[in-house]
Design a protein around this ligand. Structure first.
Ligand code: SAM
Ligand code: SF4
Ligand code: SF4
Length: 338
């Protein structure tokens, strides 16, 4: 196991398999047009597998497939099967917007995917259309219905935005209960791509708890030791849910996460402005021990605490201006995988 400058181990790899997406969520891809990663740069499955093997050697045991929308990547179940066959990958999960989930859920489960998280911000069709610029809510709901019986512990992730969907917290908890899916409410983050972000649109963990307590009565925290970003809570009837306080109470101190973009750049923090190019050396035939050395040196020097640093910023505005995002799509949340 390797540790960074704050003794945080390298354990968790978020693997973006594409930068493309079939939704246009207002907090992630609000612009009319995007610059895409060149196709020739996108890592082949066999290249991803070689990199994962190196990461596993260095201590990674949790891998999460993400995007863009991971289900847009052709033949994804083949990659799932290859990763699931590696004993070092103890936890293999995927975060998806759910639009294509109904048609792929069975194949993914068969290929060995362990867990699925579906992002769902609203249950109201008009609101969904306003938030994503598509009318795909029915397909997302079908996806959840198809995946719930196949994957134990389905999760639903909801980004909460003031004045947009903050009146739906209880509805989403009720919806999750129907599928035995744990809902996790995420504070709106000022990451790259969130060009419409402002602090007054963030609903804090405290505000979310107050709102749910008004409906359900006293809420108790669930005590557990974990490096997972969500703090878990329990309603009086025992229903569990999570809150990811990424903006008001960041959890950088425990952060064991890093991100590999679809074109092989490795980022040590969601807020990092530069990543380490692993595709170049990989394609140049660099032997695995040398690639491992590059990864090890970068991780052991890691001092990133992006969200905590942002907390100390006065007059917070969107992290990265639009013209800078256009010059480097790697700064976008949909390229980094969230
Ligand atoms: N397309 C897939 C999806 O939406 O589940 C996977 C990629 S998406 C970038 C991963 C996660 O990032 C989603 O749950 C999304 O809600 C979250 N996300 C994107 N922009 C965000 C923001 N500004 N604040 C908080 N979460 C955000
Ligand atoms: Fe929405 Fe995920 Fe697509 Fe971003 S990548 S626009 S969060 S579905
Ligand atoms: Fe980890 Fe960076 Fe997020 Fe902090 S801001 S939790 S260091 S990825």
């Amino acid at each position: 196991m390797i540790l960074d400058q704050f003794e945080r181990p390298l354990r968790n790899l978020r693997l973006s398999v594409t930068d493309r997406c079939n939704l246009r969520c207002s907090y992630c891809m609000p612009e009319p047009e995007y610059v895409w990663l060149p196709r020739a740069d996108i890592l082949q499955f066999e290249e991803i597998e070689r990199l994962v093997d190196i990461f596993v050697e260095l201590g990674v045991d949790k891998v999460r497939l993400t995007g863009g929308e991971p289900l847009l990547r052709r033949d994804l179940p083949l990659l799932v099967a290859a990763l699931a066959a590696r004993p070092g990958v103890r936890d293999l999960a995927m975060t998806t917007n759910g639009v294509l989930l109904a048609q792929h859920a069975a194949e993914l489960a068969q290929a060995g995917l362990h867990r699925v998280t579906v992002s769902l911000d609203t249950l109201r069709p008009e609101r969904f259309e306003g938030l994503t610029r598509t009318a795909e809510l029915p397909r997302v709901l079908d996806g959840i219905a198809a995946a719930a019986p196949l994957f134990g512990g389905l999760k639903i992730d909801t980004v909460v935005i003031r004045g947009v969907n903050d009146d739906e917290l209880a509805d989403l908890v009720e919806f999750g209960r129907r599928y035995r899916a744990e809902v996790r409410f995420i504070e709106y983050m000022d990451v790259g791509g969130a060009t419409h972000w402002s602090m007054d649109r963030v609903v804090s963990c405290r505000d979310m708890l107050d709102s749910l307590e008004r409906r359900y009565g006293p809420i108790a925290p669930i005590a557990e030791a974990s490096s997972a970003p969500a703090e878990r809570f329990q309603l009086p009837d025992g229903t569990a849910f999570g809150i990811i306080s990424s903006t008001t109470r960041p959890f950088c101190q425990q952060c064991d996460r890093s991100r590999l973009t679809a074109d092989g750049l490795w980022y040590l923090c969601l807020y990092a402005t530069r990543g380490l190019d692993l595709r170049g050396p990989l394609r140049a035939g660099t032997p695995a021990p040398e690639l491992a050395g590059l990864i090890r040196s970068a991780w052991t020097a890691r001092r990133d605490r992006g969200a905590e640093d942002r907390l100390t910023t006065r007059d917070r505005a969107p992290l990265i201006p639009l013209d800078t995002l256009r010059r480097d799509p790697h700064l976008e949340m949909h390229t980094r995988g969230g």
